[in-house]
Design a protein around this ligand. Structure first.
Ligand code: CA
Length: 228
């Protein structure tokens, strides 16, 4: 099955680099050089979006906001390193993932492959009570987590965090959105409690908590449950 990707990027060189990588992997693609053009191109059927945040007409986040009114399609944001806060805002607006420029073709394709798996999983994943990631398994009905078939005893907060990660396999979840879901939005940006909770969770699920293989820290942004 071939997916069609919309590449939104005003920098001609980066745009052709992305398109070249997509073509080499057998993806179909169309391109847009501005936010307005991107929204116009979305009248065609598109499966996935690669989106630059710094666009000439208006901000890439506005494109995300508009798409999220009607679609769950995967959105991978590409942005420059000095726009870290924008990247976090983009994830909180509804982007699935991000890449920092400059990135390699293989990095981009790895992210796109993860996103494509989500396109396939999406319809039934929400209804699925049991989700597995390698050796880890969660049963949402029973609120139980297992590793290698053995039940892991989690505190209620650890379970909440674990289930949020499982619901977003392969995606980055920002620190702010985790704190918002676990403690409520009034908790602000106090990351201390989350770091402590994460350390406790890793001690229970990771073989070596100092070298996590399941929950990856995305420095300055958030966390990701790795699915491969
Ligand atoms: Ca740009």
């Amino acid at each position: 099955m071939s997916y069609k990707v919309l590449v939104v990027e005003d920098d001609v060189q980066i745009r052709s680099f992305i398109c070249f990588a997509l073509k080499a992997e057998g993806f179909e693609y169309i391109t847009a050089g501005s936010a307005t053009e991107a929204l116009e191109k979305l009248s065609e059927k598109v499966d996935l979006l690669v989106l630059d945040l710094g666009l000439p007409d208006f901000d890439g986040k506005e494109v995300i906001r508009r798409i999220r009114e009607w679609s769950h399609m995967p959105i991978i944001v590409v942005s420059a390193r000095d726009r870290e806060e924008e990247k976090i805002a983009a994830l909180d607006t509804g982007a699935d993932d991000y890449l920092t420029k400059p990135f390699s073709a293989s990095e981009l394709m790895a992210r796109i492959r993860v996103a494509c798996r989500h396109i396939l999983l999406q319809p039934d994943q929400e209804a699925r009570a049991v989700i597995e990631v390698r050796d880890l398994k969660i049963n949402m009905d029973k609120r139980l987590v297992y590793r290698g078939g053995e039940e892991i005893h989690l505190t209620p907060m650890e379970y909440k965090l674990m289930s949020m990660l499982f619901r977003n396999i392969g995606k980055v979840i920002t620190t702010g959105s985790i704190i918002g879901e676990l403690w409520g939005s009034g908790y602000g940006s106090d990351t201390q409690a989350l770091r402590a909770l994460m350390a406790g969770l890793r001690r229970k699920i990771e073989i070596n908590p100092a070298k996590p293989e399941y929950i990856k820290t995305e420095i300055g942004v958030g966390y990701r449950l790795l699915d491969e």
